[in-house]
Design a protein around this ligand. Sequence first.
Ligand code: PMP
Length: 315
Amino acid sequence: MKCDQGGTFTKGQLKRFGNIELNPSAGVLNYGQGLFEGLKAYRKEDGNILLFRPEENALRMKMGAERMCMPSPSVEQFVEAVKDTVLANKRWIPPQGKGSLYIRPLLMGSGAVLGLAPAPEYTFLIYVSPVGNYFKEGLAPINLIVESELHRATPGGTGGVKTIGNYAAVLKAQSAAKAKGYSDVLYLDCVHKRYLEEVSSCNIFVVKGNVISTPSIKGTILPGITRKSIIDVARSQGFEVEERLVSVDELVEADEVFCTGTAVVVSPVGSVTYHGKKVSYGDGIGAVSQQLYTVLTRLQMGLAEDNMNWTVELR
Ligand code: PMP
């Protein structure tokens, strides 16, 4: 899907997956004008397909596009393009319980621009891939390391939108953590170096008794759609949920810690290492993480009734 100078996108076509051509001075290649989304399609027992809250991804892309000086497809155009792409790739959606189809919408400045300025032309495309678990541990607990020197986001920056540069910013800390055997990195705020932000590609939650806390959205954290959904699910299950500043010190007292994201779903955290000290959260999957994972995934896979009206069914 391409947009004209007036910022209006016209309907695109389905094409076989392959390389695309870009002008070497395209805005995305030189000035990072790129935004993406991530959502999943699950196969139901009866063979039909379920999308999870695709209009939320469309809205997040719109919000991000505004920050990145890019036009974006309308919510209706975005959702329709996702549906068309998924239906055309139906055969790649794994059977129920064997994974899902990951959907990657991408918006970029494809027009040529030499001096620093927004690109004169934009391209929106979607590609898909069947996926299993994100972490090699599967639903087994992951081990995180807290990073307080390298940051993924700064106040007033682009950390709150899903732009490509945010992911380039985490590669160094993430590679170093993986080389040391950790699953991923937990970032702290860059002002006080004290408050939890998020993991490279997921949000973080801390459980203490019946209270589940997660860092509030304040421009340096991606407003995760799984985060938002888990907050509602947890409240509906009788937990108290607080969105607030969560200090790194609270990790020591926590009963459980877990991450949320489209790719990771709900991933229990087995340990967090901070300044060389490791805090562990018992053996196996915590009861709260397991409960929230079960409720959410049953809904996403069509195994439970969708009282929230979150799923979109395709056949
Ligand atoms: N934070 C970051 C940095 C992410 O890349 C993601 C994945 N999109 C998330 C959080 C979780 O967001 P969502 O639940 O919408 O996938």
